[in-house]
Ligand binder design. Structure first.
Ligand SMILES: NC(=O)c1ccc[n+]([C@@H]2O[C@H](COP(=O)([O-])OP(=O)(O)OC[C@H]3O[C@@H](n4cnc5c(N)ncnc54)[C@H](O)[C@@H]3O)[C@@H](O)[C@H]2O)c1
Length: 321
């Protein structure tokens, strides 16, 4: 690359994002600095030098940081959730916020399917028993997925991949997504049903909706009461969609045979009674934590930020400026 080709743009990457992100930006003649682990004041003191900031979830992009970014034009989130970015303050400062929700779709869907298998065959419990020196061959009776009914709530990017994989396992897949038509759902392999029918007819339920005012506590005592006895419930979407207190009651009452959870109302979770429950399988919000997903989101955000700086083209924006 010759100096003549070099743009004057500078990008700061302040979280552990794959090296490929910086490689792409440099390839597009944009200067890149990696500075991770910065405290807010440190970030505030240097952000004025940069045209764009790329983060994962560790950096808190506060109003103070955004206001200090004199020439900051964009904040790119390598991943989907933008909870760590003050989007309102960014909009007020005319700073575009972008994310890459598609990059971790397959990884998250695969984790949900892995959770279904783990729950159906009680693999974590059997493993813990083996590691405790036991050989409890008769204790861990499981259930097949084949031919059973899986209810998928939310059939967007991740839900659609889950549906595809469950169809491959020859499950009977039903789905509830009020924003998709019967035809849309049939095309991806699921039979469209209403919410009440889904919860009442499913042997396995997996949620893939965003967390918002409509979906907070979607799975509450009322919905749990309508479910089949011995249902298996998976949440790899967002904490708060399943009401944790109501879930604990349903586990204790025997309604839910197993809950497999990757996400929690508070992270790390403080509700130990739920996590420590013998019928709960818990993972620490790792559904998107694969090499492939991290590479996908790093490449995607690099291209999006470069496009915006160099040409003004916008993709994956969560605000408009
Ligand atoms: N565990 C993780 O690490 C991880 C990683 C990525 C995404 N996620 C989460 O997974 C979830 C799904 O992500 P996505 O990328 O598939 O999102 P998406 O926007 O592509 O799909 C969401 C779907 O939910 C549907 N929906 C919205 N409100 C609904 C409601 N009230 N009832 C039923 N359906 C409803 C929408 O129509 C849409 O089809 C989100 O909560 C996201 O934050 C978790």
């Amino acid at each position: 690359m010759s100096n003549a080709q070099q743009s004057s743009f500078r990008v700061l990457i302040s979280d552990k994002v794959s090296e490929s992100c910086g490689d792409i930006l440099r390839h597009r003649h944009i200067a890149v600095d990696y500075k991770t682990g910065l405290a807010e004041d440190q970030l505030v003191s240097i952000i004025g030098e940069y045209d764009a900031l790329i983060v994962r979830s560790a950096t808190k992009v506060t109003e103070k940081v955004l206001k200090a970014g004199g020439k900051l034009k964009a904040v790119g989130r390598a991943g989907s959730g933008v909870d760590n970015i003050d989007v309102k303050a960014a909009t007020a400062a005319k700073i575009l916020v972008m994310n890459t929700p598609g990059g971790n779709t397959v990884s998250t869907a695969e984790h949900a399917v892995a959770m279904l298998f783990a729950a159906a065959r009680r693999i974590p419990q059997a493993d813990a028993s083996m590691k405790a020196g036991k050989w409890e061959k008769t204790k861990f009776m499981g259930g097949e997925l084949y031919g059973r009914t899986a209810g998928v709530i939310g059939a967007g990017k991740i839900g659609a991949v889950v549906i595809d994989r469950l169809c491959g396992l020859k499950m009977n897949v039903i789905a509830y997504d009020p924003f998709l038509s019967h035809v849309d759902l049939a095309r991806i392999g699921a039979y469209s049903v209403g919410f009440d029918e889904l919860v009442a007819s499913s042997d396995f339920i997996t949620v893939h909706v965003p967390l918002n005012d409509k979906t907070r506590n979607l799975i509450n005592a009322d919905a749990l009461a309508k479910m089949r006895n011995g249902v298996i419930l998976v949440n790899c979407a967002r904490g708060g969609i399943v009401n944790e207190k109501d879930l604990l009651d349903a586990l204790n009452g025997g309604k839910v045979a197993c809950a497999a959870l990757d996400v929690f109302e508070k992270e790390p979770p403080e509700f130990r009674e739920l996590i420590d429950h013998p019928k709960v399988i818990a993972t620490p919000h790792i559904a998107a934590s694969t090499d492939q997903a991290q590479e996908n989101v790093a490449l995607a955000i690099a291209e999006q930020v470069a496009d915006y700086l160099l040409t003004g083209a916008v993709s994956g924006a969560v605000n408009s400026v």
